[in-house]
Design a protein around this ligand. Structure first.
Ligand code: ARG
Length: 449
């Protein structure tokens, strides 16, 4: 082959759609026979031939020929070699344009289901960690500054929520992918009395496309898949960032298992969180896949244009990147060891309890703004002298308000968390209820669908 003819070839990557292509063709042949467009005998030969081809592909004995450009031409040509003349009838009332559309939709539907399952697995792992460390209080952050104590399981459940929304996004995408385009032909429909509803039922689609021109040129479902994958990777990237920070000597919150860290070739003490770093890094390529697809589509007039062949590599890349990321996190999270002592001692530092001390004054009748001002002053005072609020004698407190009594020292990280007893808050009772709800959600749809 010349370098030029290579330019149009897609067989190196579209062969991944072989199962869907064979299934689509078998359903099509069956429909043609049912409608008396081809004979039952031809349909039977075609079906047999296609099944033989599927086997060959699985056994890696299929003679792929780049000169035939794509998957569809390779399979059709091989069908001729195997069954002879009847093969020529398969492409009646069909075009590669509706054929590739049906293949990619079938593949996307399956991929979405696998991803939803993987996301459930990650949620399971998060809930597992949440139960393991259910009572541990840790520092919660804003601006990456220690802010208020939160329960460790509350932090884990924040990610549960993100992944729950991701599952929802993939489910939405599924609805719009679940549309059967065969029967659209090249662009205008086909000049045969086909039975499109039959095809939809055979192939497991819940409805048929309404407009043949749209059906052959629509790749919105690919864009939506890539968008959902991008948001999901963004979530993994954020979690990775936390795992990386938490594994540093500076934080010292967690230890990842050896399997998911690597040593340095020069510094013997190193335990680098490479898997989390790579998840963060791979997020960039998934965004790239999304941007690539959007850009490919943006100038295309109706209907099919060859540009659209470029939909596949980015799609496969994003799907592969996301599914391996899901596998990694399902394995990596259960091996995470939390340094309970360290996180709870940091959570107990009294500067983190300043809000609670303001609330203490509010409970005794002071307006919140005034209480906030007093605590600000006390906190500054402590900062300057490098002591903590708990080190201040009660007399110092009383200088700013005589509402302060000895019981101000009873405020702890635990009492702070327990006070946040409203829906969505970090009080242990609320977190326990949220964990039950998470379990209920997972049990209702173990595979995310
Ligand atoms: N390989 C093509 C693709 O992936 C299949 C459709 C080709 N259609 C055409 N009219 N050349 O988009």
């Amino acid at each position: 082959m010349t370098d030029f003819s290579r330019y149009t070839v897609s067989i190196d990557y579209d062969r991944r759609l072989y199962k869907q292509d064979v299934a689509g063709s078998i359903a099509h042949a069956k429909m043609l026979a049912k409608q008396d467009i081809i004979s039952q005998d031809d349909a039977a030969q075609i079906t047999q031939g296609l099944k033989a081809i599927e086997k060959e592909i699985e056994l890696s004995s299929f003679p792929w020929d780049p000169a035939l450009e794509d998957l569809h031409m390779n399979i059709e040509s091989r069908l001729h070699q195997i069954i002879g003349a009847a093969a020529g009838r398969l492409h009646t009332a069909r075009s590669r344009n509706d054929q590739v559309a049906v293949d990619l939709r079938l593949y996307t539907k399956e991929t979405i289901k696998e991803i939803a399952k993987g996301l459930r697995g990650v949620q399971q792992a998060l809930v597992g960690l949440a139960f393991r460390y259910q009572t541990v209080v840790m520092p919660g952050y804003t601006h990456l500054q220690r802010a208020q104590p939160v329960l460790f399981p509350h932090h884990m459940l924040a990610y549960f929520e993100m992944f729950q929304r991701d599952i929802g996004r993939f489910q939405d995408c599924y609805q719009r992918t679940d549309v059967m385009p065969l029967g659209s032909g090249a662009l205008a429909g086909v000049a045969y009395q086909t039975d499109r509803e039959f095809l939809a039922a055979e192939l497991g689609f819940s409805r048929i496309s309404a407009n043949s021109m749209d059906a052959v040129s629509d790749r919105d479902f690919v864009v939506e898949f890539l968008a959902a994958a991008s948001v999901c990777m963004m979530h993994f990237s954020r979690m990775s960032e936390e795992l990386i920070l938490w594994s540093t000597g500076e934080f010292g919150f967690i230890r990842l298992s050896d399997e998911f860290t690597t040593g340095s070739s020069i510094m013997p003490q190193k335990r680098n969180p490479d898997f989390a770093e790579l998840a963060r890094g791979k997020t960039g390529r998934v965004y790239g896949d999304l941007l690539g697809m959007l850009t490919t589509l943006k100038g295309l007039p109706l209907t099919y244009n060859r540009d659209m062949q470029e939909d596949k590599e980015g799609f496969f890349d994003a799907a592969d990147t996301l599914s391996t990321t899901l596998n990694v996190f399902q394995e990596m999270l259960p091996g995470l060891k939390l340094n309970e002592e360290r996180v709870s001692s940091l959570a107990g530092e009294s500067q983190m309890l300043a809000t609670d001390m303001a609330d203490y004054l509010v409970a005794k009748g002071m307006p919140f703004r005034e209480a906030h001002g007093i605590m600000r002053e006390l906190s500054r005072h402590c900062d300057e002298r490098n002591i903590s609020l708990n080190d201040l004698p009660v007399a110092e407190y009383k200088k700013l308000s005589d509402l302060f009594e000895q019981d101000v020292y009873d405020i702890t990280a635990e009492s702070s968390a327990a006070a946040r007893d409203n829906p969505g808050g970090t009080a242990p009772v609320r977190v326990a209820a949220a964990l039950e709800e998470a379990k209920r959600i997972m049990e209702a749809a173990p595979d995310g669908f």
